[in-house]
Design a binder for this molecule. Structure first.
Ligand SMILES: *Cc1c(COP(=O)(O)O)cnc(C)c1O
Length: 415
């Protein structure tokens, strides 16, 4: 097994890791190796501090006054700007609101309105399902609009882009394979055909640096409970390039997006700028949790984050292939680190049982039907030794056949 680092070498990598201290900001259970931050990020001391303050002081003591005195009203915009810095978005172009699914609905309608006469929405057949479900829903409300899918209607998304396309809804990092797309190139291609692009950044935000403004992106959406660690069900975000702000209209025209929400006027008049994507009252406690989670990123160098992410995923692939090569795992993620997000996926016919066995042994990843076992590497709190230990457990489960136990066979509601 030449070329495979030993435990001493791996411990040395942790000792010189510039992000190592970040780990202490998070709360992780004893004995757990957490490789599922791509599904639900870990809790942090900063989040609990914000929740405590928001609940016991601002809500309990301030009551309705806190909307003004504790800055609750402006949170969607302020947190949007803070998040925007992590995705290469200049101020005033990002808001935190609603869910990713809801935001896809709003943004697709907005894009279709901006390209009247064009009837196609293009997406990836292997997209995260909610993106496609929502696109279907949008199409169902608009005469003649149809959804065209890469892998179904043509082999690649590029081949579907022509003058009939209003909007391309595309994942920057594929949730299952971890494949990373070239944002600037695809955006250029869509713009050349007169189409708009909505980038889904669910597996990008907090996982790797991205430059929305630089890539000339039109819109982006994404969630904050994965690599950004905002907490279960934390509110999502929308980015819209400033050049589009005057043209944005979307059908969830609630009072929070109104030009004068507290004038209580009868008719809807859209507010200015990115506020147009707001709908109703924000979940303040969830927003405050996110505020704590985002504060951590003030001390993170995104280039160092990406460097560590690549090193973690490379090490995991290398160790799994060296130690578990005999047991029928097939690498689903690309070997090319430059086109890989911060996750590694393997295919196995019994992936579900293997993942259940791993979780029982404290190595938490997840399973995506039909046969993907998925491991997310959050550089803020996963270390190199965690990778080593996770592969030791995986090898043991595969070699002994421990995963074959009956108790791992029945599917749970959330996988
Ligand atoms: C996680 C994820 C979502 C989640 O959408 P919700 O509305 O938060 O449930 C959507 N799209 C992608 C690509 C995701 O990875």
């Amino acid at each position: 097994m030449s070329g495979i680092p030993d435990l001493a070498a791996i411990e040395a990598m942790d000792a010189t890791d510039p992000l190592r201290a970040m780990r202490d900001r998070f709360i992780l259970p004893e004995g757990v190796i957490y490789l599922d931050g791509n599904s639900l990020g870990a809790a942090s001391h900063a989040v609990f501090g914000e929740l405590q303050q928001a609940a016991t002081q601002e809500w309990a003591q301030g009551l309705i006054r806190a909307w003004n005195t504790a800055g609750w009203f402006e949170m969607p915009i302020e947190l949007g700007d803070q998040l925007g810095r992590l995705i290469g978005a200049g101020a005033g172009q990002t808001v935190v609101c609603d869910t990713t699914s809801t935001n896809i609905y709003k943004v697709l309608h907005a894009a279709l309105e901006m390209r009247p006469g064009r009837l196609a929405i293009v997406a990836e057949g292997d997209s995260f399902p909610t993106d496609l479900y929502v696109a279907e829903g949008v199409a169902s409300t608009r005469d003649g609009v149809l959804l065209r899918l890469a892998g179904v209607d043509a082999p690649t998304i590029e081949e579907l882009i022509d003058e009939s396309v209003a909007v391309v809804l595309v994942n920057h990092v594929n949730y299952k394979s971890g494949e990373l797309r070239d944002m600037a190139a695809l955006t250029r291609k869509a713009h050349a055909a007169g189409a708009l692009v909505v980038w889904d950044l669910c597996h990008t935000a907090g996982a790797l640096p991205v430059e929305l403004d630089h890539a000339n992106a039109d819109f982006a959406i994404g969630c904050t409970y994965k690599y950004l660690n905002g907490g279960p069900g934390a509110p999502a975000f929308i980015y819209a390039a400033r050049r589009h702000h005057g043209e944005i209209s979307q059908p969830l025209s609630g009072w929070w997006g109104h030009a004068r929400p507290f004038a209580f006027e009868q008719g809807y008049v859209a507010g200015t700028g990115i506020r147009r994507f707001l709908c109703g009252t924000q979940p303040v406690l969830s927003m405050r949790a996110l505020k704590g989670a985002l504060a951590i990123w003030n001390d993170v160098d995104m280039a160092a984050l990406r460097k560590k992410s690549v090193a973690l995923t490379e090490l995991f692939i290398q160790l799994v292939e060296a130690k578990c090569g005999a047991y029928g795992l097939t690498l689903e993620t690309t070997r090319d680190a430059t086109s890989r997000g911060s996750q590694v996926s393997f295919l196995h016919d019994h992936g579900y049982q293997i993942m259940r066995a791993l979780i029982e042994r404290g190595v938490i990843g997840d399973f995506r039907a039909p046969s993907t076992i998925r491991f997310g590497f959050t550089p803020l709190y996963v270390g190199y030794k965690d990778v080593w230990l996770a592969v030791e457990v995986l090898e043991d489960i595969l070699r002994t056949g421990a995963w074959k136990d009956q108790r791992f066979a029945a599917k749970e509601a959330v996988t």
